[in-house]
Write a protein that binds this ligand. Structure first.
Ligand code: ADP
Ligand code: ZN
Length: 209
């Protein structure tokens, strides 16, 4: 993994941490931001208002690591609320910000900021999930994390949605999503519940014949 810890001067850059839910993106973001603070850098952290699953202000990992952040609804608010003395700008849940984040991240890095962005790279159907794929192309450093497949234990790159919805954005945690590998992933909604519901009826129908 390329580490950008030793870049000197006022050069900005973009680091992206991507992967499915439960892969440790928030933990990794918090780890990097803490290291920046140890290095006495000024750090500012932003998260989308949409993501209020665990806390209204802090960014929180599924393992309960947390760090205070500023809550915003539009990526343009990052520029509006930015303390221009900040050296490092952390952005969690980038997938909720949409296309506007691409321009904002570019402006920040061009302006000399170290921008660390964490977000899902694929959606509930396994498709590239804008704006993270575009940000990967623009970044100096990319880290792709994998979770553990809850079905088989293999490395998981997919976020399996468990609740029925075809909306692109459905906010939820372990109640609505789980990590799955390529083989166990069922694009869209898991058929597990349907099969379990269907089984007793099928057996009953078989017995009544
Ligand atoms: P992300 O930001 O990618 O959703 P987090 O940093 O919030 O991930 O959480 C990662 C933590 O989630 C892991 O350290 C582990 O404690 C926990 N976890 C729960 N389910 C899984 C899973 N299926 N695979 C890996 N980690 C998991
Ligand atoms: Zn699997």
């Amino acid at each position: 993994m390329v580490t950008m810890d030793f870049v000197s001067g006022n050069t900005g850059w973009i680091e992206v941490i991507c992967g499915p839910m439960f892969s440790g993106k928030s933990e990794e973001l918090i780890r990097r931001l803490r290291r920046a603070m140890i290095a006495r850098k000024r750090v500012q952290v932003f998260k989308p208002a949409l993501d209020d699953r665990y806390s209204t202000t802090a960014i929180v990992s599924h393992g309960d690591m947390r760090m205070e952040s500023e809550v915003i609804s539009e990526p343009s608010e990052i520029l509006a609320k930015l303390d221009w003395r900040a050296d490092v700008v952390g952005i969690d849940e980038a997938n909720f910000f949409g296309h506007g984040l691409i321009d904002v991240a570019t402006k920040l890095a061009d302006g000399g900021k170290q921008v660390i962005i964490s977000g899902l790279d694929t959606d509930f159907m396994g498709r590239p999930f804008s704006p993270v794929p575009e940000l990967l192309c623009l970044a100096e450093s990319i880290t792709k994390l994998l979770a553990v497949c809850v079905r088989c234990g293999n490395p998981a790159k997919h976020t399996q949605r468990l609740v029925p919805s075809s909306e692109l954005v459905v906010v939820g945690g372990a109640d609505a999503y789980e990590a799955r590998c390529r083989r166990c992933f069922e694009p869209g909604v898991s058929k597990q519940e349907v099969l379990e519901f269907a089984r007793p009826r099928a057996v009953a129908a078989e017995q009544s014949r």
